[in-house]
Design a protein around this ligand. Sequence first.
Ligand code: AMP
Length: 187
Amino acid sequence: MNVIIFGPPGAGKGTQALNIVKKYSLYQISTGDLLRKEVKNKTVIGKHIENIISKGDFATDEIVNELIKNAIFDPLNKNKLIFDGYPRSLSQAKNLDFLLSSSNQKIDFIFFLNVKKETIIERIKKRKILEKRPDDNLTTILKRYDTYMETTKPVLDFYSKKSNFYEIDGDAKIEEISSKIDQILTV
Ligand code: AMP
C-alpha cells in the first residue's frame, strides 16, 4: 500500500509516519528530511534552500519533485511508500499522481491530521528543545502556518473528496492517533 500523511506543520506527521513505517515495513519519503540532508551536506540545492526553509517558506516544486522521483521509481519501494510532508501544493499533488501512475501505483490511504493552531504552537515549541531545528521558532511557526493555509490547504480540499481520505483528530494523544490509523489500515 501507499500512504499519504497530511496536515499542517507540527501535526505529528513524522511521528505517525515512523510508526506506520515500523509496523508495515513501508519506505518513508519525508521531503523535509530530504531537504535538511541537502542543507547539511552543503549541496548546490542545500545552499540555495537553507535560507528559504529557515524563514518558513517553501522550497520550489521543481526541487522537491526531483528529490522524490528516484524513491518512487525504485522497484524495492513499489507499493510501500509513505509520504510525509509531500505534497504541499496542488502542483505537487498533480505531480505525485503523475509519478505514481507512470510507475503503475496509486495512493491507497490519505490521512489528514487535523490540529488546532494552538496545539501546533505548543508542539513546535517542545520540538525546538528536542530537535533544535532552526525553523522551529515562533515567528517561523506562524509563517509556516500561513504558508500552509495559503498553499497547502487547497490540496486538502482536493483530497477530502476522495473515498480513501480519512480525517483524524490530531489533537489526540500520539498512541490514540496511531491506534485510529491502525484500525483503518488493518480493515
Ligand atoms: P517538514 O520537516 O515537513 O516540517 O518541512 C520543513 C520545511 O521544509 C518546510 O517548512 C519547507 O520549508 C520545506 N519543505 C518540506 N517539504 C516541502 C514540500 N513538499 N514543498 C516545499 N517545501 C517543503
